[in-house]
Design a protein around this ligand. Structure first.
Ligand code: NAP
Length: 288
């Protein structure tokens, strides 16, 4: 017979976005809830922009226990919150909703997600960030927290890159913007990271393409050089394959994805997600 008075009520979490059918968050968080014995469920809330206000009203009334927030709501959700953490304010976007003392707050775990796979490495002298969208903001916040002095942003939309550089001007010794067509002219410093925050290479978008060609990597010595791709589907992107073939160190986007989810899970439950197990689960899921 079911227990009529459970020790704790069932809590509902989910991912808020549009579209969200491709999201791996339900798989990851549902498994983590079950593995940790948490009475709860994690679902997907496909919410078009014109339905966001109504959804947020329902979120409070229900109330739901927490949410991951993804495209296109990472900034749009901010007016519906009671406050934001300092990290979310710095990045200017929210990827996590959580409750604290009855207040609905926004946080951003992408910076922590970005930094986790880099732990133990010495920060480089300079970094090149490819792309100037939402993920680039979290990457810049992460690079700044590591004390990387010099950063270059290259992006198709120059105005967006310039706005990003202006927003982060105080965070670096120097931050410059390079037109996308001129990106091959970047001459890496002795210790250098290049980070792809564009969707180039992503399954279904520009799969098989790399934002930097083979000759760019091959002509530059690999020592103390690292390529980091935020794209995680496929796991082995052309960008990473070229960097590895040239002897560069590399990081793929899956460890970042797991780490940002683990940070959300910790915030909601106080518990740890088993990151290696989560990565293995997603790797099986992504396998062609
Ligand atoms: P976003 O806000 O749409 O920004 C994408 C950036 O890439 C923009 O600067 C965009 O330029 C540029 N771009 C798009 N297509 C391009 C192309 N064909 N060539 C050159 N530049 C191009 O997206 P986002 O939220 O930053 O996400 C970017 C990528 O990071 C996605 O692949 C996403 O899946 C990944 N991501 C991964 C994680 C993780 O945990 N691993 C976390 C967050 C994001 P325009 O403005 O000119 O379009």
């Amino acid at each position: 017979m079911p227990n009529p008075c459970p020790a704790s009520p069932e809590r509902t979490f989910g991912v808020l976005g549009h579209p969200v059918s491709h999201s791996m968050s339900p798989l990851l968080h549902s498994r983590a809830l079950a593995q940790n014995g948490v009475r709860g469920a994690y679902t997907a809330w496909d919410t078009p922009p014109d339905a966001l206000a109504a959804f947020m009203e329902a979120f409070r009334e229900t109330p739901y226990a927490g949410a991951s927030v993804t495209i296109p709501h990472k900034e749009a959700v901010i007016p519906f919150l009671d406050g934001m953490t300092d990290t979310a304010k710095t990045i200017g976007a929210v990827n996590t909703l959580f409750w604290e003392n009855g207040k609905l707050l926004g946080h951003n775990t992408d910076m922590e997600g970005f930094l986790t796979p880099l732990s133990g490495l010495d920060a480089p002298d300079d970094a090149l960030v490819l792309g100037a969208g939402g993920a680039a903001r979290a990457v810049l916040a992460g690079l700044s927290s590591l004390g990387v002095p010099h950063v270059t942003i290259t992006a198709r939309g120059l105005a967006k890159a310039e706005k990003l550089a202006a927003d982060y001007a105080a965070s670096f010794t120097s931050i410059s913007v390079l037109p996308w067509e001129k990106r091959l002219s970047v001459e890496p410093g002795a210790a250098f990271w290049v980070i792809n925050t564009t969707p180039v290479g992503m399954r279904g978008k520009a799969e098989g393409e790399s934002p930097l060609p083979e000759r760019w990597f091959a002509a530059r010595a690999p020592e103390r050089r690292l390529a980091y791709d935020l794209v995680y589907n496929p796991l082995e992107t052309a960008f990473l394959a070229l960097a590895r073939a040239a002897g560069w160190q590399s990081r793929d986007g899956l460890d970042m994805f797991v780490a940002q989810a683990a940070a959300q899970f910790r915030l909601w439950t106080g518990l740890e997600m088993d990151a290696p197990r989560a990565r293995a689960l997603l790797t099986r899921h992504l396998a062609p």
